[in-house]
Design a protein around this ligand. Structure first.
Ligand code: IVH
Length: 673
């Protein structure tokens, strides 16, 4: 086999395994095997850069940043659809189109597809290769966002994706799909942005839009974009079936990501049934769907029906009942969080939003209120999406009658009366009083909650009561509650008190990362806390860490590092820790048998070249078995480069960065001295 042939083979295989992983959710090789293929490709391409092709999986985010997006004219208009909002509208549509059919009474069958709430992407393939990707724009002219679309892992760079497929690639093909961010990934993205102190995205659609319009594809590559393809726009030199149902299957056979939720509906009644089912299940789906798209299955027939205005008659958007409604903003309540943030919350005239009565919604922060000019008494639009907390989108100024009141940010904490602070560069306003009873209640609630100490029988009501009557003055007081005093409280019978005290006692055994979460240090939640304990071994060691030491840890940025050192530097927090220690909480991680064998724990390796008597995947497994980590590229965070014969660019990079270089024998000595 020539080098070129091997490269093609590797690219096809890697593209295929990515497809198995990202599109089918059914990988057929292990991550380690995949990494081995990928590494071989990277090594060959590094040695022969002249042989790199644009459809190589290494090139997904390879393009240089742009100055601006080019305009592209679509090969055919990218249409939108007429909307309807209920089943009656569906039957009305069938009636409306009757007179355009060859026989008004004829039986029709349909395909019902989710209407993905994302952004349209128009994808061009020439000789099976992805050559152009554009936004919808005005339907005739869009923007060339090819380099960003390439970063979406499920987008095929080459079709058919499966080299064994009996569907050959067409010479020319343009398809349409929707780019979106799955809901779980959206939450993660916002959590990360919170950590980085960047403004949060309002909803997944905005986040997807912002990500697709980045001039630097490296940034887009870090955003969790996903894609579903659902339509063929134009093609040449290939036979395309007449029905939408078969076209969907064809798209799937080529290897495009197609939603598993597309349904064939023999009659309109089946469409109506699918719609009812969707209304019930839509909030359990991991992406936002705002309705169904109903398509006449016979596509040439659908096209023959022509247009009503700009909308094709052959399809219909059957929207779900609004998760967005208008109501009155009665008042703004201030909530105080455990970090002291004063969060404005909308008190609404109650409305029903897809089955749930909504009385409160978040207003984000006071900057946002001012920017949108939201006033008390305004008619406001409120939205609920998935399980996300409802939020106020904005006011409808046209409905004002002059009685509305501007919302002023509080100058004093409404709970403790202390003046608020507004740190420069931050949007949030804080109550800075550590003794603020409301803040303390929030901190206690958080400390006892599931991700932290998970104290059975200790709920929000108990927290509020114990703070209010003065049995708790700081969070550590939880461990100094007096049984007799509790028994004297209304509704606290013996059984309840014993359960509570038993739950508190049991929580002393929680591992230190849970205790650390409970301390409520900014940015130190269930992701960061275990990382810190793993790194330092205990709370005291963490308390002694410097900012520089913290920042060396992968996953810890400067903001988090500062938050940690600041927290531990405050005398009142030191005193609190001592109080916890006296109560007998667990400060140090237990060393388990496995961990003692983890001689490489905390060390990051990169492997390169041919090792004597061991393949790279075996070397990787060996390192991982001893607690080390293996990554693909050399950086300042790499502890060692494990190098064999014929090591290439990684070796020179490691030398340049001063990363120590090990032979296999050195590594073996590290593990068994
Ligand atoms: S078909 C004429 N199918 O919803 C064909 N559109 O107005 C029109 N959309 O902007 C498109 N999911 O971006 C179709 N399964 C789906 C869709 C879908 C989402 C979007 C599309 C369009 C809007 C319809």
């Amino acid at each position: 086999m020539t080098l070129k042939e091997r490269l093609t083979q590797l690219r096809d295989e890697i593209n295929y395994h990515r497809y198995r992983y990202y599109v089918l959710n059914a990988p057929v090789i292990s991550d380690a095997e995949f990494d081995r293929l990928y590494q071989e490709l990277v090594d060959l391409e590094t040695a022969h850069p002249e042989l790199i092709t644009p459809d190589s999986p290494t090139q997904r985010a390879g393009a240089e940043p742009l100055d601006a997006f080019e305009k592209v004219t679509h090969p055919a208009p990218i249409l939108s659809l007429a909307n309807t909002f209920d089943v009656a509208g569906l039957y009305a549509w069938r009636k409306r189109i009757a007179r355009y059919l060859p026989d008004p009474e004829m039986a029709l069958d349909y395909v019902a597809e989710p209407k993905f709430d994302g952004l349209t992407a128009v994808l061009t393939y020439r000789d099976g290769r992805f050559t152009l990707g554009a936004t919808r724009g005005n339907g005739e002219v869009g923007e060339n966002v090819t380099q960003n679309l390439r970063t979406i892992p499920s987008l095929p760079l080459k079709i058919p994706v499966d080299p064994a497929s009996d569907r050959p690639s067409p010479p020319y093909l343009v398809v349409r799909g929707e780019v979106f961010i799955p809901l779980d990934k959206f939450e993660e993205l916002n959590a990360r942005r919170l950590e980085e102190e960047k403004p949060l995205y309002m909803n997944p659609r905005n986040a997807a839009a912002g990500s697709l319009r980045q001039l630097d594809p490296q940034i887009t590559a870090q955003r969790p974009l996903s894609l579903f393809v659902y339509d063929l726009i134009v093609w040449d030199g290939v036979d395309i079936p007449d029905t939408q149902w078969e076209r969907i299957q064809l798209l799937r056979q080529w290897g495009f990501p197609v939603s598993p939720d597309v349904r064939y509906c023999p009659t309109l009644e089946d469409v109506a049934r699918a719609y009812e089912e969707w209304i019930e299940k839509r909030n359990r789906i991991n992406y936002e769907v705002d309705g169904l798209v109903v398509k006449i299955n016979n596509q040439p027939l659908a096209a023959s029906l022509g247009f009503a205005g700009k909308d094709p008659r052959g399809a219909l958007a059957l929207k779900f009942p609004a998760q967005e409604k208008t109501t009155k903003l009665r008042d703004v309540q201030v909530n105080v969080g455990r970090t002291g943030v004063l969060a404005p919350t909308a008190v609404l005239e109650p409305i029903e939003l897809s089955g749930v009565i909504v009385r409160h919604a978040t207003l984000h922060n006071y900057d946002e209120i001012a920017r949108k000019d939201i006033r008390i008494g305004d008619s406001v639009t409120v939205k609920r999406a998935g399980d996300v907390i409802p939020y106020v989108i904005g006011p409808i100024p046209d409905l004002r009658d002059g009685s509305e009141r501007v919302i002023e940010p509080p100058t004093h904490c409404p709970f403790c009366g202390e003046p608020v602070i507004h740190p420069p560069g931050e949007v949030a306003i804080y109550c800075d009083n550590p003794a603020c009873p409301e803040q303390l209640t929030r901190r206690v609630e958080y400390f006892v909650s599931r991700p932290a100490m998970d104290i059975d029988g200790f709920g929000a009501k108990t927290a509020a009561l114990l703070v209010e009557i003065g049995l708790i003055h700081d969070v550590a007081d939880i461990y100094y509650l007096d049984r007799e005093k509790l028994l004297a409280l209304e509704g606290f019978q013996e059984k309840k008190v014993d359960n509570l005290l038993h739950g508190i006692e049991a929580s002393k055994e929680r591992p230190p990362h849970r205790f650390l979460i409970g301390l409520g240090i900014r940015y130190v939640g269930s992701v960061v806390a275990p990382l810190l304990i793993q790194e330092f071994g205990g709370i005291d060691e963490l308390a002694a860490a410097t900012q520089a030491q913290l920042e060396e840890i992968e996953g810890i940025g400067p903001n988090t590092a500062v938050a940690i050192t600041t927290w531990f530097s405050l005398p009142r927090n030191r005193e609190l820790l001592e109080k916890f220690r006296r109560a007998g909480l667990c400060f140090k991680a237990e060393i388990t048998a496995r961990e003692t064998a983890d001689t490489l724990a905390g060390l990051t390796f990169v492997i390169t070249g041919t090792l004597p008597g061991m393949t790279r995947p075996e070397a990787r497994a060996f390192i991982e078995q001893h607690g080390g980590k293996v990554t693909n590229s050399v950086s300042k965070k790499t502890n060692y480069l494990l190098a064999g014969e014929k090591a290439g660019s990684k070796l020179s990079k490691a030398k340049a960065l001063g990363v120590p270089i090990l032979a296999l024998a050195d590594l073996q000595k590290m593990v068994r001295p």
